[in-house]
Ligand binder design. Structure first.
Ligand code: G6P
Length: 439
């Protein structure tokens, strides 16, 4: 008899975990999971117990023979795993709040995955992920690593370049949300919409839109630029409208995060105002999480509560479950993931991570090459790729100059002087989580 599938989720105490569990329950017939191990660190133990309790109730309610284990012992969990998902946040939301607030003082966007905030999230996260990879080499060498810890593109880049581990896939909900936004604007079922998506994580472009298999890009761009409701976004990014003539000239659909690059001044303004009024996004999320965990703690709750959809990462875990299902069942369907380029986008190095439509097979994602990105998008994408690559190197080496280089070449940072000021303040603020810098 085949043994069931063993899933390990590191950062299992995350408020997103019920979505993951729901995704596995929904797919049980094709994805016979026997064990789910939710792993966390001592600081996350309380959350792990609460969300783990809900996970157990959800499985029981569904009447499925899935064992849910809660543990702080990562190595014990990893033994013989088939799929390992990572959804951790080093330094918790307090660290994110610092990533968001400190750059603002210097007139720079403070954001979870972009600019200085993205750099520091990478510096904190990458060494931890590389440690997990080392454990995996020893304890579950055949497993797939599916990472949704941010910055997912930079983390995938780091694993590809700084470890021997090849079975890594970075995952994001932006592609899913972009397709949903198209469907919403066209007022059709999302299943009828397909998009050619290519670029980098949080910097992906919709190059074409299809409705019922027919090319629909022109019609969609007309609608997008004439409609005055939404330009398509997610809960964590304000819905600032694109300049219609810009989108018509671009002939591509930017992702919600492109607002930080194409609308930098307005986004800065919005962020600074929000930081003064309701707090930065991390501070808002801290309140949302508190409410979510109160709900999760209710012994009578045995489903994923709808309030979870107020988080920017809604549908993340669903995307992860679909991906695992397609690998396990060799479905050969198309999903948008972060994987090694290998020539799929000509202007990006072959060994780098890109976010692109892939055919998902039992041997992993096979990118659908696009030739190259449109010339208007190429420069920005290359610059961000260089930033991610140098940032990953700084995370691994702990070298100050490399970190300064990454900070300075980031397009959201105006000068080397400001880069150094922000870098110094953030290195100090985060020093407990940056042992590689020996501060
Ligand atoms: C989006 C991004 C995720 C990010 C999330 C933040 O969905 O794609 O990478 O983690 O937003 O949402 P939050 O509710 O934490 O602000």
């Amino acid at each position: 008899m085949n043994k069931g599938i063993k899933i390990v989720t590191i950062g299992g105490g995350s408020s997103y975990t019920p979505e993951l569990i729901e995704g596995f329950i929904k797919r049980y017939d094709s994805l016979p999971i026997s064990e789910i191990w939710l792993v966390d660190i001592p600081e996350g133990e309380e959350k792990l117990n609460i969300v783990g309790g809900l996970a157990k109730r959800m499985v029981k309610e569904a009447g499925l023979p899935i064992e849910v284990h809660l543990t702080l012992d990562r190595r014990k969990a990893l033994k013989d795993a088939d799929f390992v998902t990572t959804q951790l946040r080093v330094g918790l939301l307090d660290a994110r709040a610092k990533d968001e607030r400190i750059p603002l003082k210097y007139g720079v966007i403070g954001q979870e995955t972009n600019g200085p905030g993205g750099l520091f999230k990478g510096l904190r996260t990458i060494p931890v992920i590389l440690d997990i990879v080392k454990d995996m080499e020893e304890l579950c060498p055949d497993a797939w690593l599916i990472n949704f810890a941010n910055p997912a593109g930079m983390v995938t880049e780091a694993v590809l370049r700084h470890s021997n581990w090849k079975k890594v896939i970075g995952l994001c909900n932006v592609p899913v949300m972009m397709k949903m936004s198209v469907a919403e604007l066209l007022d059709v079922d999302p299943k009828r919409v397909h998009m050619d998506l290519a670029g980098l994580n949080h910097m992906v472009y919709g190059l074409n839109v299809y409705l019922d298999g027919e090319l629909y890009t022109e019609q969609y761009i007309d609608k997008l630029t004439s409609n005055d409701s939404s330009s398509g976004t997610m809960k964590n990014i304000i819905d600032l409208k694109w300049e219609p003539d810009f989108i018509k000239a671009l002939q591509a659909i930017p992702c919600p995060y492109h607002r930080y690059y194409y609308k930098t001044d307005e986004m800065f303004e919005e962020e600074s105002n929000a930081a003064k009024a309701e707090g930065t996004r991390a501070e808002v999320v801290q309140k949302l999480e508190k409410e979510l965990f109160e709900l999760y703690n209710d012994e009578k709750l045995a489903i994923k509560p709808p309030q979870l959809e107020n988080r920017g990462g809604a549908y993340y875990s669903d995307a992860a479950c679909s991906l695992i299902d397609s690998i396990y069942n060799d479905r050969k369907d198309i999903q948008t993931v972060n994987t090694i380029n290998n020539g799929a986008i000509a202007s990006i190095p072959d060994e780098s991570a890109i976010e692109i439509n892939c055919v998902i097979t039992k041997d992993g994602p096979k990118p659908i090459g696009i030739g190259d990105l449109p010339v208007a998008t190429r420069g920005l994408v290359q610059q961000i790729k260089s930033f991610e690559r140098i940032a990953a190197e700084a995370a691994v080496t702990g070298d100050y100059q490399t970190a300064l280089l990454a900070m300075t070449i980031n397009p959201l940072v105006p000068s080397d002087t400001v880069a150094k000021q922000i870098l110094d303040e953030m290195l100090e603020a985060h020093k407990d989580y940056l042992p590689q810098f020996q501060l």
